[in-house]
Design a protein around this ligand. Structure first.
Ligand code: NI
Length: 138
């Protein structure tokens, strides 16, 4: 039986966002989301860890060529999110609060259909050095 291994590529992007619920008043949003509800947005330096699981190919020794994974992340995620205002520029967040949780789910939905070898196993989105969320497709 071929061993199954998880391969992870870390990517990075900068983006602005505002966390708010349009059904609530500015005061209620400020109470719920604190400084993240600032009407004029704020930025983060996000790290994105994308993990692909699969059997090691005996011909290459790879589960997936990390260059392939790097290119997929650039094409399908970074090109949409990097140096963007997530609320205003990214259709995925037109009606969805761009929390770390929702960004991780959006990354999964963009990448899951295009991973050519193995399967997408995990998305970890780091919003700060201390705050991260993980999504495994459930
Ligand atoms: Ni924020």
């Amino acid at each position: 039986m071929r061993p199954e291994v998880v391969v992870t590529r870390r990517a990075h992007f900068n983006a602005a966002h505002r966390l708010f619920n349009p059904a609530l008043s500015d005061a209620e949003n400020a109470r719920l989301f604190g400084p993240c509800a600032n009407p004029n947005y704020h930025g983060h330096n996000y790290n994105l860890d994308v993990s692909v699981a699969g059997a090691v190919d005996p011909g290459t020794g790879y589960v997936i060529d990390v260059k392939t994974l790097k290119d997929l992340i650039e094409t399908h995620v970074l090109s949409r999110f990097d140096h963007k205002n997530l609320n205003l520029d990214v259709p995925e967040f037109r009606d969805t609060n761009p929390t770390a949780e929702n960004i991780a789910v959006a990354c999964w939905r963009l990448l899951e259909p295009v991973v050519p070898a193995g399967r997408l196993a995990r998305i970890v989105l780091w919003e700060t050095e201390r705050n991260l969320v993980e999504y495994t497709g459930g």
